[in-house]
Design a protein around this ligand. Structure first.
Ligand SMILES: Cc1cc2nc3c(=O)[nH]c(=O)nc-3n(C[C@H](O)[C@H](O)[C@H](O)COP(=O)(O)O)c2cc1C
Length: 333
C-alpha cells in the first residue's frame, strides 16, 4: 500500500484542541500527514474543519476517533466526595454534567461524509463495517496498537496501517487488549518481523534522527505528537506551552481520566495519584475532572490542567510546523 503523502512523517492526532485547522493544513501542505484528534468534536465541526483544510490544500490528512466501549459507572459517592474540594476551588457544581458523550456513530458518519484521506483510531479496533464503509469511500484506515497481540489483531481486522504506540508517548495509551507498557523500539523489534501491514512508529520521537532510527527498525513512517505541540499553529494552551520548556518529569497515570495517559506532573497529579486503580471508568472519570482541568486552563494556571506530553518533551522546539518538518527532514540525512 502506498501512503497518500510523500514524507515518512505524521503529525499525531491530539484531541482537546491541539490539532487546529492551521496545523493540519500546514503539515499536509508540507507533504507529511496532518491529523485531527476529534474524539471530543461534534459531527458538524468535523465536517466544517475537514472542508476548511480541503479548501487550502490537496495534501493528505487524517481524522482520529476513540473507539473504546463505554463502561457502566459504579457508585460515585466516594469519588465525588474526594473531588469536592477541587470542584469548590473553581466554583463548579459538585456533580458535573455526566450526560452521554458525543455519539461515535454520528462522528463516524461525519468522517465518511467529509472524506479525509485517512480514518485513524485508538483505544479500540475499528469494526469490519467501519473498514468497509471507509474502503467504499477511498478512505484509508489506521489503527493503534501498543503490543504485538494488538498489532496482529488489527492486521487480521484488515486495517491499512498500524500505529505502534510506545510507552514513551504523550496522551492516552491506545491499549484495547491486555495492557503491557513497551517502549517503541522494543515494540518495533517484536512487530517488524511478523506483521505485514505497514507500521508507523509513535512515542518519544522528537528529531529527524529519531525518525531515521524508527525507519531503520522497520517503520514506514514516524508519528510525532509532542514535537508538534510547540509549533506556532498548534492549539496548545499557553500554560501547557510554558511547561513544555520546563524540567518536570512525565508520568503515566490513569488518575486523571480513568485510562492510562502520559503527562507532565503538577499539583492535580499530586492530589489524584492515590486514586490510581480506583477511578470510575474512562468516560465518567474524564467527565468528572474535565471541567476542573478546563477551569484551571481558563485561570492560566497549569497546576490543575492535564499536561499531556511524551517522555521526549524536553527536546521540544518552538517554530512553525513547516520549519519543523523541514528541520526533521534535514536531520534525517
Ligand atoms: C496532547 C496529546 C493528545 C493526544 N490525543 C490523541 C488522540 O486524540 N488520539 C490518538 O490516537 N492519540 C492521541 N495522542 C497520542 C498520539 O497520537 C501519539 O501516540 C503520541 O503523541 C506519540 O508520542 P509523542 O507525544 O512522544 O510524540 C495524544 C498525544 C498528546 C501528546
Amino acid at each position: 500500500m502506498q501512503f497518500p503523502f510523500a514524507l515518512p512523517l505524521i503529525q499525531a492526532p491530539m484531541a482537546g484542541g491541539f490539532t487546529t485547522v492551521a496545523l493540519v493544513t500546514e503539515v499536509a501542505k508540507a507533504g507529511a500527514l496532518g491529523s485531527f484528534g476529534m474524539a471530543y468534536t461534534e459531527p458538524s465541526k468535523i465536517i466544517e474543519d475537514c472542508a476548511a483544510v480541503k479548501a487550502q490544500t490537496d495534501g493528505a490528512f487524517a481524522v482520529n476517533l476513540f473507539l473504546h466501549e463505554g463502561e457502566k459507572p459504579t457508585d460515585l459517592s466516594d469519588i465525588l466526595a474526594f473531588l469536592k474540594p477541587l470542584r469548590e476551588k473553581y466554583n463548579l457544581p459538585l456533580i458535573p454534567n455526566l450526560s452521554p458523550k458525543i455519539s461515535l456513530s454520528h462522528q463516524f458518519e461525519a468522517i465518511i461524509a467529509a472524506k479525509p484521506s485517512v480514518f485513524s483510531s485508538t483505544l479500540g479496533a475499528p469494526t469490519g463495517e467501519m473498514i468497509k464503509a471507509c474502503k467504499e469511500r477511498g478512505i484509508l484506515v489506521f489503527g493503534t496498537a501498543t503490543t504485538l497481540e494488538e498489532a496482529l489483531f488489527l492486521e487480521e481486522r484488515g486495517v491499512d496501517a498500524i500505529v505502534l504506540q510506545g510507552v514513551e508517548a504523550g496522551g492516552h495509551r491506545g491499549t484495547f487488549l491486555e495492557s503491557n507498557d513497551i517502549g517503541i523500539f522494543a515494540l518495533l523489534e517484536c512487530c517488524a518481523p511478523c506483521v505485514k501491514t505497514p507500521l508507523i512508529a509513535a512515542g518519544g520521537i522528537m528529531s529527524g534522527r529519531g525518525v531515521k532510527a524508527a525507519l531503520t527498525l522497520g517503520a514506514r513512517a514516524a508519528m510525532l505528537g509532542t514535537a508538534f505541540m510547540s509549533t506556532l499553529e498548534a492549539g496548545t494552551p499557553m500554560p501547557h506551552r510554558e511547561l513544555l520548556k520546563g524540567k518536570r518529569n512525565t508520568v503515566l497515570t490513569a488518575a486523571y481520566t480513568g485510562r492510562k495517559a502520559r503527562g507532565i506532573t503538577n499539583k492535580l497529579y499530586d492530589e489524584l495519584k492515590n486514586l490510581e486503580g480506583q477511578t470510575p471508568p474512562f468516560d465518567v472519570m474524564n467527565a468528572l475532572t474535565r471541567d476542573i482541568r478546563g477551569a484551571s486552563m481558563k485561570a492560566n494556571d497549569a497546576e490543575y490542567m492535564s499536561l499531556w506530553a511524551g517522555q521526549g518533551y524536553r527536546a521540544s522546539r518552538e517554530m512553525s510546523a513547516k520549519d519543523l518538518i523541514e528541520t526533521l527532514i534535514h536531520e534525517m540525512i
